[in-house]
Design a protein around this ligand. Sequence first.
Ligand SMILES: NC(=O)c1ccc[n+]([C@@H]2O[C@H](COP(=O)([O-])OP(=O)(O)OC[C@H]3O[C@@H](n4cnc5c(N)ncnc54)[C@H](OP(=O)(O)O)[C@@H]3O)[C@@H](O)[C@H]2O)c1
Length: 335
Amino acid sequence: MSANRQFKLAARPVGMPKESDFSLVEAPMPVPGDGQVLVQTAYLSVDPYMRGRITGVKTYADPVNIGDVMVGGAVGRVVESKSPNFAVGDFASGQWGWREHAAVDARALWKLDPKAAPVSTALGVLGLTGMTAYFGFLEICKPQPGETVVVSGAAGAVGSLVGQIAKIKGCRAIGIAGTDDKVEWLTKELGFDGAFNYKTTSDYPAKLKELCPQGIDCYFDNVGGAITDAVFPLMNVFGRLSICGQISQYNLEKPELGPRLLAFVLVKQLKVEGFIVSRFQSRWAEGIAQMGQWLREGKLKYREDIVEGFENTVKAFIGMLQGDNTGKMLVKARD
Ligand SMILES: NC(=O)c1ccc[n+]([C@@H]2O[C@H](COP(=O)([O-])OP(=O)(O)OC[C@H]3O[C@@H](n4cnc5c(N)ncnc54)[C@H](OP(=O)(O)O)[C@@H]3O)[C@@H](O)[C@H]2O)c1
């Protein structure tokens, strides 16, 4: 155990990131100090927000600089401990980025119980993704039984959970996703009432009208762009729109001009609200407890799309941005 592989940002991507925008380098094995543990990465999360972090623009978080190790959530096994709170063999999740080992302050780690749930779920349904779906949908859309909920990016990590939570709350759930297989998964396995493939549908307004004959009460937006433009006119009076993500815009070299939609916000008296999931951090224990209960009750299903091998992290990241994943995209660094 002498070398520690890690991915650093090598160049700021133009458009869709390329493998050459990152470099795989070896660093010395870190040595944990007092209060720290040495974790060996088991799973890495690749997420759309990482695209924003490598643009070099400060938003709600600092950008990753050229030469920095990529940021990101990970799950790992403790292989050396200088903290009374962790023993060798414990599993933990934290934000140590794209590296195979890290010396991390124990206070920045969340201890996992592998008997309660597979440890990978700490990066998905029982982690940031699940909390984004749970709080971003329930707190902002405040769905009521019988209402129609539309979810874009519906077969992804967040979207697939939002549609199922909508069903648990007694709503009608309609999903929008990028392949026929994803549409089939949503409707046949996850219980969505309808879904369509936006890549093979030319008239989004007509398709949405067909699937939402009573109009749309709640829209959970993961993608933005033309799909979201088509939703606004179909919103019902006092509808709620939770703006979670705008992935259709993340890799554009020039910003896209859109139609002017605020007249719909006015006449339909809509509430449009963006959120960053960290807003709800103080309530994560509540969200994880509820999602865990729904999982145990069989009311909620989740899927992980796992790419094997730490060295394939960049491929997994680019693949996720291009829609390769169904459910949560993860990298398995080792057993
Ligand atoms: N606000 C927050 O705090 C917060 C937290 C987490 C995530 N998010 C946002 O939530 C969204 C979903 O995140 P996730 O982690 O669940 O990712 P994900 O949905 O699992 O993966 C991204 C998906 O986006 C879709 N996509 C890519 N390009 C697209 C385009 N041009 N138009 C429409 N869809 C496109 C792809 O599916 P298709 O095959 O369907 O195209 C791809 O699988 C992202 O926008 C992310 O930024 C926000």
